[in-house]
Each structure stands twice: as C-alpha cells, then as structure tokens.
Design a protein around this ligand. Structure first.
Ligand code: TYM
Length: 332
C-alpha cells in the first residue's frame, strides 16, 4: 500500500480564532484527515514576536486546541500539539536562520506589516520569523501545507530555503507545496473589504466562539457598496464588499458564484446579508457548542497535547538528527 501523503499547518494563538482562520485553513484541514497523515499545532513560539499577556496566551492556546478538535480534527487521526513542547522547532529554526538571507527576510510582507504596526518592538524574532516557520514545516517532511493566501509568501520562502539546503547537503528535506482553498483563501474584513479579516479590527471580524446574535449583527452592518445597482453580482473590483460576502457564502455552502447570483436575483442586500450571516451561524453553531464542552475537560486536553507532542517529537527529531549530521555536528 502507498504511504499516506503528509499535511502540516499551524495557527498562532495570539488572538481568538476567526472566520478567516476557519475558511482559509482549518476547514480544509478537517476535510482531509482520512486522506493524509496530518500534523496541526498551536504556534505559540511565533506569538512572542509581538508582546503577549502570559495568562491570555496560556488560555488561548488551550482554547485553540479545543476549537481544533471541535472543528473536526479528531486527535486519534491527527497529531495535535503545542509548538513549544517540541524543542526541535527552535533548534532547526536556528539552523535555518543561517541558510536564509537578509534580503529574503526583508521582502516578507508580514514582517513589513507587523513592523509598521509595532514600531516600538521591531525585534530580531519578528524579522527571522519565516526561518522558524520553515523549520516548523520541514521537520515533518510534508507534501502539503494548507494555509490561507497570506501565508503563500512564507511557504515559497520555505521551499527556497529547503532547496538551498538540499543543494549543499543532498536530499534532506521534501519540498512542500502550499495548499490554498478556492473559496475562503482570503476573507476580508466585513467593515473593511480592502483589508483581510483579522482580530485587529474586531467589528469586522467574526470569531468562532461568538454568539449568533452578535454574528448576525456584524453581517447586517457589513459594508457592501454605494452604487445604485444594489444587486448581488460578483465583481471584486467594483463591489469588493459584496464579493467578499459572496466568497464567504460560497465557502460555507459550496455554491458557485453564478448559483449565488441566481439565488438572490432581484433581491437587494437586505435579504442577502442576513442570509450569509445565517449560513455562517449554522456552520459555527456546532463548533462553538462542542468547543465549550471540550474546554471543560482539562485532563482530556492535557492528554491530547501530551500524546501529540510525543508523536510530533519522534518525527521531528528524526529530521533534526539528519540535519545535524549533514552539517557536521558531533552526534549526541
Ligand atoms: P496566522 O496565525 O496568522 O493564521 C492562521 C491561518 O489562517 C489563515 N488566515 C486567513 N485565511 C483567509 N482569510 C483571512 N482573513 C485569514 N487570516 C488568517 C492564514 O493564512 C493561516 O493559514 N505564520 C502563520 C502560522 C504558522 C504556520 C507555520 C502556518 C507558523 N508556522 C507552519 C503553516 C505552517 C501565521 O501567522 O498564520
């Protein structure tokens, strides 16, 4: 029998999970657990590139694990772990720093965005963040990295670094491919359809654990457009707000853009916006309820992340040993 292909991805527990994280990443992960050998983690090491409140970081890391499981990531079928519990990430991260160029890191848009937002704390970790992300990925020799559009640049840098390393030392790393969904790869803010949905603009961001009435309120207030046509038509350049809502609706229901246009033909935004809200509420309802239940059981969560770290460490250490040997470190 052929070996299963490997998938790996992570999310920073720097904020509560939102609809962008779900549609861009997690939904895609959960649908493929049977087909692939999967590793998913809470990227806590990455979060401290920006100052975190320690108690909040701890709480959110566990909440994120409960939400992963509630989204359909069965810990029996997926390896779920906390990044800082597998020291090989930090170790390979250092090594890959030495194979990633200053110029490459300088071109990363996430670095430029975050440096602009946190002018008083442009630390070394923020700059070298992509080398750690490359380590996260390459340790597990994955075939695919399922992420939203905004992480494509980091995935491409990972491929470049892996190829550079392989070129010097032989075939050490598998060259992974980003795996980006057709609908939901770039969910925009409901109040700012020109910027991606993120926790930093909470009024335009739908959180997975949010109450249905709050979600519906946000959709009703979503920015559409100011033209007089007021019809549901997919035209991202002229009607970015409507296109974003259609993209969300398509990702949630599986309907195509022409199907959505036909469904709302002749009806204004007054019908369309609450219908998108309702579809999102229905998909998030079971997740919110299940995550709430799982979060009560701290012993269960601990057993999941401990088993996950053990399994992940086994695989990660194998790659790390190979790397250390290739670069000439004396075996431990
Ligand atoms: P992060 O934590 O910012 O986001 C986690 C995942 O959610 C996706 N995403 C979105 N997708 C669509 N629309 C949006 N508005 C939206 N906002 C976020 C992201 O593309 C991502 O897939 N560097 C990574 C975390 C990371 C990682 C890794 C990912 C660390 N190591 C290794 C993959 C593999 C990050 O900051 O994602």
């Amino acid at each position: 029998m052929d070996e299963k292909k490997v998938m790996l991805s992570g999310i920073q527990p720097s904020g509560d999970l939102h609809l962008g994280n779900y549609l861009g990443a997690i939904k895609n992960w959960a649908e493929r657990a049977e087909q692939f050998e999967c590793y998913y983690f809470m990227a806590d090491l990455h979060t401290i590139t920006v100052r975190q409140n320690p108690a909040d970081l701890r709480r959110r890391t566990l909440e994120q694990l409960a939400q992963y499981i509630a989204c359909g990531l069965d810990p029996e079928k997926n390896t779920l772990f906390i990044q800082s519990h597998v020291p090989a990430h930090a170790e390979l991260g250092w090594v890959l720093n030495c194979y990633t160029m200053f110029g490459e890191l300088s071109r990363m848009t996430q670095f430029k965005d975050k440096a602009a937002k946190h002018k008083d704390n442009i630390n070394g970790g923020l700059f070298t963040y992509p080398s750690l992300m490359a380590a996260d990925i390459l340790l597990y020799q994955p075939d695919y990295v399922p992420v939203g559009e905004d992480q494509k640049q980091h995935c491409e840098l990972t491929r470049d670094v892996a190829q550079r390393f392989n070129h010097i030392y032989g075939d050490v790393f598998k060259i992974p491919e980003p795996y980006i969904p057709k609908a939901g790869a770039r969910v925009m803010g409901l109040t700012t359809p020109d910027t991606k949905m993120s926790k930093s603009i909470p009024e335009g961001c739908v959180f997975l654990m949010e109450k249905p009435e709050d979600i519906q309120r946000k959709f009703k207030r979503a920015v559409t457009d100011s033209d007089t046509e007021r019809c549901v038509r997919f035209d991202p350049a002229a009607k970015p707000g409507v296109a974003n809502l259609m993209n969300i609706y398509s990702a949630v229901t599986g309907k195509t853009m022409p199907e959505i246009e036909a469904e709302f033909a002749g009806q204004g935004y007054g019908k369309f916006k609450p219908a998108v809200g309702e579809a999102v509420i229905e998909i998030l309802r079971p997740i919110r309820e299940e995550a709430g239940r799982i979060l009560q059981d701290k012993a269960y969560l601990e057993s999941v992340y401990k088993a996950g770290a053990e399994k992940a460490s086994y695989v990660a250490n194998k790659t790390l040993r190979k790397v250390y040997k290739k670069i000439g470190f004396v075996a431990r």
